[in-house]
Design a protein around this ligand. Structure first.
Ligand code: GRF
Length: 193
């Protein structure tokens, strides 16, 4: 079966993006990452993608001042220029407008470092520790208009250990994220028309 063409949107280091690129190279993978887009010019993930031979472009939101629509139209144009069929948000730190969400409805996923619906937004690990939770984890969900909402497509749970700090917990969750995202993306791509 033909691999589905995936773009990954990032703002930072892009470790999930790198894991998706690597997973997409497996012969049995239902997807391949063909494009990485960052809204931050010097995002570390851009160089990582290039080193792996994947097209990587910065489309900085600052260049569009407050015109969110124009910024998203530029992103959408890049996705179309690369014949992208599915979009994976991976540490993309901009809230999308309903226009881009609507344009990619059913074809856009996000990964979040908590067991949604617990702890949407930022500082998830600190919040889980402060709450005394015994378990944390990560979620891949379909993207809808609400931040970190949308149908939950997969989760992985990890223990919260007694001496965890937000960064030690983040590291454990991140390892789980790298497994979960490619598994869910593979499954979703297998269901596309
Ligand atoms: C991940 O924890 C992801 O769940 C969240 O942002 C972080 C991105 O990390 N949305 P990386 O850039 O993939 O390393």
């Amino acid at each position: 079966m033909r691999k589905r063409r995936v773009a990954v949107l990032i703002s930072g280091a892009g470790s999930n993006m790198a894991a998706l690129i690597d997973a997409g190279l497996a012969p049995e993978a239902a997807f391949e990452v063909v494009l990485v887009v960052s809204n931050i010019k010097g995002a570390g993930g851009l160089a990582v993608a290039e080193a792996k031979g994947v097209a990587a472009v910065a489309i900085p939101h600052v260049a569009f001042a407050k015109d969110r629509a124009a910024h998203e139209q530029a992103i959408d144009a890049a996705l179309k220029a690369h014949d992208v069929e599915m979009v994976a948000l991976a540490g993309y730190m901009r809230v999308l407008t309903p226009w881009l969400v609507g344009a990619w409805r059913g074809r856009m996923l996000n990964i979040h470092p908590s067991l949604l619906p617990l702890y949407p937004g930022l500082d998830t690990h600190a919040r889980a520790i402060a709450a005394g939770d015994a378990e944390a984890g990560c979620t891949v969900h379909g993207v809808t208009e609400g931040v970190d909402e949308g149908p939950i497509l997969g989760q992985v749970r990890v223990p919260v250990l007694p001496d965890d700090t937000p960064s030690s917990l983040a590291e454990r969750v991140k390892t789980a994220e790298h497994q979960l995202y490619s598994r869910v993306l593979h499954a979703v791509c297998n269901t596309l028309d």
